[in-house]
Unconditional design. Structure first.
Length: 460
């Protein structure tokens, strides 16, 4: 009875407005989370974690979404702070956990898988952990494999996902039937926005059926476009690897006359990778992202800028995010509207389009020959293992998710909010995408760094 009460309390709180409670409401939250989890956290007895005894996170600890409080809106959204709780909800021997990975590849997925397995096993003594192969459809169309610390020991050294992945194939009922049939009571779902929409449906269905199953998401998006969280794992690795492509383009164009290098980077709707890679490199002359419309011809246009830079330096490098300039490519009759298996709109390829446009313009209208060097490093970046800082970050995410589910939280995703890891109701991260704000300081820093045209009038 106690157990049921905990899940109910948690479900009510993740569903209700109390997830967005204001500072004055903090005492109110304790009504939803009294000391119902009844088992002592085994970390208390662990030698390695004995120091954690003093550091158990109180259920009342919260993380504020906004650190800068404006005068007229002194309160804001808060989330429960992630971390081990003194009392846990699941008895470790009763846990049957599963892990699934969905969507595109991103550096660090294997580290997250490894650390969920090792975190569950080493910190909590959980033995029964299943890997669901091949994404959501793996729940009902594939076999599972047993995951132990030994099995996953080296996987963080490899790119990709040890569990394989897929798009499409989300069938909530079949998935939850399978969860029930297999006696799974903790579900860890690693994936992007689409995956989290699916995770939300699983959580709702689990709740509808009254199952004692905790559902946790771990946000994966190489584009860094997941709302609320500071940054997604794999992003730093991607920015770092993008430097190699930018360096190569720079070397190429520096070595020839009128060299124009174009590097296409990931970023379907959000230009974070392109923006950060540009800021990091200092060899980029112009960065084009989906959020910032640009134009080619006329005063202040891209062609004029290219010509000026070629006259000044003899070469230039452009970084273009894959989602930039889609409307121009589509306007020229390239077929738009196709979708992938998950229902995501397939983008038109802006890289070759832009290369051709620039080449044609200078040859036909300016009687100049440009030496075009086009590089698309997308798959090389997605496929590499995560770097050191992402490895640490993946570990924090995985352990945070494990502590949360072991404490009985459900329907949440994990991530740093203002640098403190927090449990965020899934709906919060799926309701909108994070994009680069052109009025934000970071974009201003980029414009100051490249000295490129902003392509917008100051009154816009
Ligand atoms: P990324 O875009 O970073 O590659 P993603 O998680 O957004 O990752 P998708 O291919 O969009 O990748 O989705 C992954 C899984 O989530 C697929 O199995 C898909 O069926 C499922 N999914 C996507 N959108 C939804 C939705 N609205 N409802 C239920 N399931 C969804
Ligand atoms: Mg997506």
């Amino acid at each position: 009875q106690n157990k049921l009460a905990v899940v109910t309390a948690i479900q009510v709180s993740t569903q209700s407005e109390n997830d967005d409670f204001v500072l004055e409401d903090v005492p109110h939250l304790t009504n939803f989370l009294p000391d119902l989890p009844s088992y002592p956290n085994p970390l208390m007895k662990s030698q390695a974690y004995s120091i954690v005894k003093k550091n158990f996170v109180s259920p009342e600890d919260v993380v504020a979404q906004n650190v800068v409080i404006q005068k007229e809106s002194p309160r804001g959204v808060h989330f429960r702070r992630a971390g081990p709780r003194e009392k846990i909800y699941f008895e470790p021997e009763e846990v049957r956990a599963c892990i699934v990975t969905c969507g595109g590849l991103c550096p660090g997925i294997n580290t997250v898988i490894r650390e969920i397995v090792c975190g569950l096993n080493i910190m909590y003594g959980v033995q029964d952990i299943l890997g669901i192969e091949g994404g959501y459809k793996g729940f009902y169309s594939k076999n599972t494999l047993m995951l132990t610390p030994k099995v996953v020991n080296y996987i963080h050294k490899c790119g990709g996902t040890f569990l394989r992945t897929s798009r499409g194939g989300h069938d909530t009922h079949k998935i939850v039937d399978n969860i029930e049939d297999r006696g799974i009571n903790q579900v860890y779902i690693i994936g992007g926005d689409g995956t989290h929409k699916g995770a939300s449906l699983i959580y709702e269905e689990v709740k509808r059926r009254g199952l004692q199953v905790a559902v946790a998401g771990i946000p994966k998006t190489i584009d860094n476009d997941i709302a609320v969280i500071d940054k997604s794992f794999g992003f730093d690795t991607a920015v770092e690897e993008a430097q190699r492509a930018i360096d190569a383009a720079h070397v190429e164009v520096e070595s020839v006359e009128n060299g124009v290098g174009i590097v296409k980077l990931m970023g379907r709707y959000s230009g974070f990778i392109a923006m950060y890679a540009t800021l990091a490199s200092r060899d980029v002359d112009c960065c084009l992202i989906p959020e910032s419309p640009f134009y080619l011809e006329g005063r202040g246009g891209l062609f004029e800028f290219i010509e000026d830079r070629l006259k000044e330096n003899g070469h230039l490098v452009i970084v273009v995010a894959e989602g930039a300039g889609q409307e121009y490519v589509a306007a020229e009759g390239h077929a738009a509207g196709k979708k992938d298996a998950s229902g995501n709109k397939l983008l038109l390829d802006v890289g070759p389009w832009l290369s051709d446009k620039i080449k044609n313009h200078f040859t036909m209208f300016r009687k100049m020959t440009v030496n075009m060097k086009y590089i698309d490093p997308t798959y090389m970046i997605r496929a590499i293992p995560s770097n050191a800082s992402d490895n640490i970050y993946c570990t924090l995410l995985a352990h945070g998710a494990v502590h949360g589910t072991m404490a009985g939280y459900t329907g949440f995703t994990i991530g740093p909010v203002n640098s403190k890891h927090a449990y965020i109701p899934i709906a919060r991260v799926t309701e909108r995408q994070k994009t680069v704000w052109l009025s934000d300081r970071m974009w201003a820093r980029l414009l100051a760094s490249t000295n490129q045209p902003s392509f917008v009038a100051s009154d816009q």
